[in-house]
Ligand binder design. Structure first.
Ligand code: ITT
Length: 196
């Protein structure tokens, strides 16, 4: 059995492979499946975008396909960057710049108003047309300064009070146990075990 994971994000992929590692299925990224398509993520929610990605690749390959749409919601910025997290300040802008931009925006903002969350929707598209989604969320705060070198994207500014560090300061196993992606994938795993 194999599943294609419709992502080009290597950071996500490392986490996904670890979380789904104990399933008796082969997980192939788009690259590993030799699929090179440009998917237009024109949905208006994480859920819509996850479904667009999973369904596009499922229709193309006839395989079971997973997709992850995720992002960072900063309450003080009216939940930006949200579904635009990857495109925020430009697709090719380094995260060091994106992260510093958010820190600077919240420069004089008190702890109470620094709340933020990572959201992840995993969609699974089956060749028979069936689609399932599961959502995971982790609540936290925007850190006062950039910290940590693990993870990817906005991890160096996402502070988790329970652990007194950012998700970039955590070992991957810990992040996977508590993260938006970890929760959504665990929930999806239970569904999947019934289907295959
Ligand atoms: P694919 O569509 O190919 O999967 P992408 O990076 O374009 O890759 P998204 O549109 O879902 O995927 O964007 C998600 C962005 O949200 C991602 O690029 C990060 O900037 C951010 N993000 C999501 N999960 C994160 C995490 O666990 N840690 C840090 N940043 C995260």
């Amino acid at each position: 059995k194999k599943i294609i994971f419709a992502t080009s994000n290597e950071g996500k992929l490392a986490e996904i492979k670890k979380i789904l590692g104990d399933l008796k299925v082969e997980i192939l990224s788009l690259k590993e499946a030799n699929i090179n398509v440009n998917i237009e993520e024109n949905g208006t929610s994480f859920e819509e975008n996850a479904i667009i990605k999973a369904k596009t690749i499922c229709d193309l390959t006839g395989e079971i396909v997973f997709a992850d749409d995720s992002g960072l919601e900063v309450d003080y910025l009216d939940k930006a960057p949200g579904i635009y997290s990857a495109r925020f300040l430009g697709e090719n802008t380094p995260y060091s710049v994106k992260n510093q931009y958010i820190i600077d925006k919240l420069k004089d903002v008190e702890e109470n108003d620094r709340s933020a969350r990572f959201v992840c929707v995993i969609a699974c598209a089956f060749p028979d047309g069936n689609i399932i989604t599961r959502t995971g969320v982790i609540e936290g705060y925007i850190a006062k300064k950039i910290s940590g070198s693990n993870g990817f994207g906005y991890d160096p500014i996402f502070y988790v009070p329970e652990y007194n560090c950012t998700t970039a300061d955590m070992p991957l196993e810990l992040k996977n146990n508590i993260s938006h992606r970890g929760k959504a994938l665990q929930a999806m795993k239970e569904v999947l075990l019934k289907h295959i």
